[in-house]
Write a protein that binds this ligand. Structure first.
Ligand SMILES: [Zn+2]
Length: 342
């Protein structure tokens, strides 16, 4: 009988020792299962009670119950303290100082294309031009037909187009605003239309699927190529604030007659040749010319009474020339390391 009581005391003492060493909730639970579980050490001991006399059983049973209660209480206390400790550790690690000053807004800047666009708008507004807007999702009529580019015209092949399922398209140039402007405001009209245009291009350092243009048109009585050259010169000196070398070549665009291609000498390589100018030293900047009679007619202006000039300026390309950017893909990249420089 004394032997059984000493076994109980031993199990009790060893469980207390293991409990003292346990540093996690899992370890504490293991101690509990080992001593107090249904198949634990104390349960095993109570099986041998059958052999004892009633008096002996009462004494051993009392001791066993004391040991159980003591262990249960101490295990619960240890679990509570470990749980509390885990919460304290979390509160410590997730503590934030609500009184610390906020980092504040980061100063932003306008995209280089936006900067060039706004400057040009000011130049043209000062010369009496209206600034118009047009839809980026355009009808086939305004993008092609009204601009003297019928369905079978080879010029349509020069512009690889994003078509929508409903037959509309992402405009391939800002030129549709010429006809829309004439329809809305009528002649005489001096207007520019800056905005986005889209083409299904193979993307490389000088081609993007999305780019910015600035369309310009003046319709009045007796407008000539001399007017065109005057406004183009004013435009370029305002943009570059320096002497630029230009050349005018005959160019074919269905919506002008005669048509010209205005090139500027590459400002990145100064004519020596680089990827942006495709090693030619020249960059096509401005298709321009006198408005085709069919376009005037489409806009509701009688070509017997009215004529005009029009030009389409590559705003994205112009911004690249102005800031010496040698890869058009940077413009659409959204890369803050690039954008923060402007
Ligand atoms: Zn170049």
């Amino acid at each position: 009988m004394a032997a059984l009581e000493s076994v109980i005391s031993e199990v009790h003492a060893s469980a207390l020792e293991q409990l003292a060493r346990a540093s996690t909730l899992e370890a504490v639970e293991a101690v509990r299962v080992d001593a107090l579980g249904r198949k634990g050490k104390l349960a095993e001991i109570s099986k041998s009670f059958a052999r004892l006399s009633p008096e002996e059983r009462a004494g051993a049973g009392k001791l066993l119950n004391c040991a159980k209660q003591d262990l249960e209480a101490k295990i619960d206390a240890k679990k509570a303290s470990l749980e509390h400790g885990a919460l304290d550790a979390r509160l410590d690690s997730e503590w934030i100082d609500l009184t610390a000053p906020a980092p504040g807004p980061r100063p932003g800047s306008l995209h280089p294309v936006t900067q060039v666009q706004r400057e040009l708008e000011q130049v043209f507004i000062s010369m009496g031009f209206a600034v118009l807007d047009g839809p980026e999702v355009e009808t086939e009529y305004y993008n092609f037909d009204a601009l003297n580019i019928p369905a079978d015209h080879p010029a349509r092949d020069m512009q690889d187009t994003f078509w929508l399922k409903d037959g509309r398209l992402l405009r391939t140039h800002t030129s549709p605003v010429q006809v829309r402007g004439l329809e809305t405001l009528g002649p005489p009209l001096k207007m520019i239309a800056p905005g986005r245009a889209f083409r299904n291009e193979e993307v490389d350092p000088s081609h993007e699927h999305t780019f910015y243009q600035l369309e310009g048109m003046m319709v009045d009585h007796d407008v000539s190529v001399a007017h065109l050259i005057y406004f183009m010169k004013t435009l370029l000196s305002a943009i570059f604030k320096r002497d630029v070398t230009v050349r005018l070549r005959p160019g074919f665009f269905p919506f002008v007659e005669p048509g010209f291609e205005l090139d500027i000498q590459c400002l990145i390589c100064n004519g020596a040749g680089c990827p942006v100018c495709k090693q030619s030293g020249w960059v096509e900047l401005l298709p321009c010319g006198l408005v085709h009679p069919s376009v005037l007619r489409a806009g509701g202006a009688d070509p017997e009474q009215w004529n005009g000039f029009a030009f389409g300026l590559g705003l994205t390309r112009l911004a690249m020339m102005r800031y010496g950017i040698d890869d058009i893909r940077l413009m659409m990249s959204g890369d803050l390391r690039f954008l923060r420089q402007f």
